[in-house]
Design a protein around this ligand. Sequence first.
Ligand SMILES: Cc1cc2nc3c(=O)[nH]c(=O)nc-3n(C[C@H](O)[C@H](O)[C@H](O)COP(=O)(O)OP(=O)(O)OC[C@H]3O[C@@H](n4cnc5c(N)ncnc54)[C@H](O)[C@@H]3O)c2cc1C
Length: 466
Amino acid sequence: MSKSHQVVTEIVEQEICCGCGICAGACPFHNLKMAWRDNGDLAPMLVGECSPGCRLCLKVCPFGTQAASEDRLARARFSDSDNCRHDEAVGFYLETFVGYSLSGGHRERGASGGMTTWLVEALLAKGLVDAVVCVGAGKSAERLFEYKIMADVESLRAAAGSRYYPVDMAEAVSLINGENQETRYAVVGLPCALKGLRLAMEAMPRLGRRIVYTLGLTCGHMTNRFYTEYLAGLSGVSPDQLASAQYRLKESTIRANNYKFRAVKKSGCSGAAIPFSKISNIWSDGYFQVNACNYCDDVFAEVADVVFMDAWLPQYSRDPRGHSMIVLRHPALLAIFGEGIRDETCHLESLPISKLVESQWGVIEKKRTLLGARLFAADLKGHHYPQKRFSPDADSYRRHRRKVERPYGIQQASKELWPKFGSRFPLAFRLYLLTLSLPIVLQRMSARALRLLKNPSLLRRYVRGA
Ligand SMILES: Cc1cc2nc3c(=O)[nH]c(=O)nc-3n(C[C@H](O)[C@H](O)[C@H](O)COP(=O)(O)OP(=O)(O)OC[C@H]3O[C@@H](n4cnc5c(N)ncnc54)[C@H](O)[C@@H]3O)c2cc1C
């Protein structure tokens, strides 16, 4: 295989790698190794000679130019199920729920209502899977979090929570595919990683047989390693002292959507806890965002058997304990949720799909409505991007230029400047990026003021803080 036809030259060097590591796990010659890039992204690097004509790494890449769309992959898995419906933004679904776990301390430890951990535990307890592939603490400070294979309740419970930190499935994919025995796995992942996994399951029959369920997490975007280093600095912990991070601490006095971040030092001491309201612009303006996310239109992990997300509607987010919203696609899982409701190990209510969509409208706008404008911007800059379900849209670009270009500028500047001087002069770094993001902040404030003025009941609720 010539150098120009493998994932490093066609995906990583084109800045469209999401860092999922499926390619590195699939490579039959173990020629790819996941490593940190200078810009803080996790990506495969070539460590051997490729075999001519292999191209498996490109076949399983979710951002590969030839990759099947989420529509094709999801149709193959779900469209034959009885009562399966389809929504433009959500994809296929059988049922949608809102609720929380009532058992195992899942809700207290979980990012939202703890239903992801509830389900993986139920799958293990019922003997439907032998092990679960999900994200837990890393082995060293070099990798704060990692994908791991877990087969006991305590490890699964310790793995609860969301990690806004790059993690890859290379080791898990290689191990599952290479095993001599037929073990059945459930895998928890973000939309891009599960799309890559589904492509790999098609290309590698043993992997396809052994992964029996995939559990998706709705995703707005992924941040690289510098995001955690930056927040750790605000928490009072320098990158060289950083041993771990808690991204979503819950407190009984704060709303669910104002969870706190806290860094943990190598000495075991914790840094200061920072409420999300203080750092929300770091997330929403796209600081340290992985560039591939600019070309992702999959909000609801459309190829996953079930998807979990936050319940960002006022009636749920005011409850500090957290709620999960769920899109269910695989009929076998419906029975498991039914048993959980009957056994009172979880509390679930049916939720109209319109409410679920409403709770994620910001992510849908960003990832889907603005994608045509972003693709047009990429055409203007001569950037390479994969085949998408949306086309470049010049008109949308003209209307939304600022919404597209400003975050892009912040993403690029934050990743370039943080390693150069940001970690040494965080205040100067912050001030510089604030000047870049000021127009976005002003635009957001005026849009919010306009929405409130046009809607008196919203204004009343806003004033009351409801
Ligand atoms: C990068 C990222 C972006 C997200 N964006 C949104 C969003 O825009 N809107 C929204 O509603 N929800 C989003 N979520 C999902 C949300 O944060 C919760 O993960 C989800 O609601 C499940 O909560 P839970 O309480 O059911 O899960 P828990 O019971 O807490 O279990 C969470 C599971 O996710 C696994 N996990 C943690 N981090 C990762 C990771 N980086 N990659 C793969 N698996 C992981 C854990 O190992 C655990 O098994 C995002 C999550 C991540 C990681």
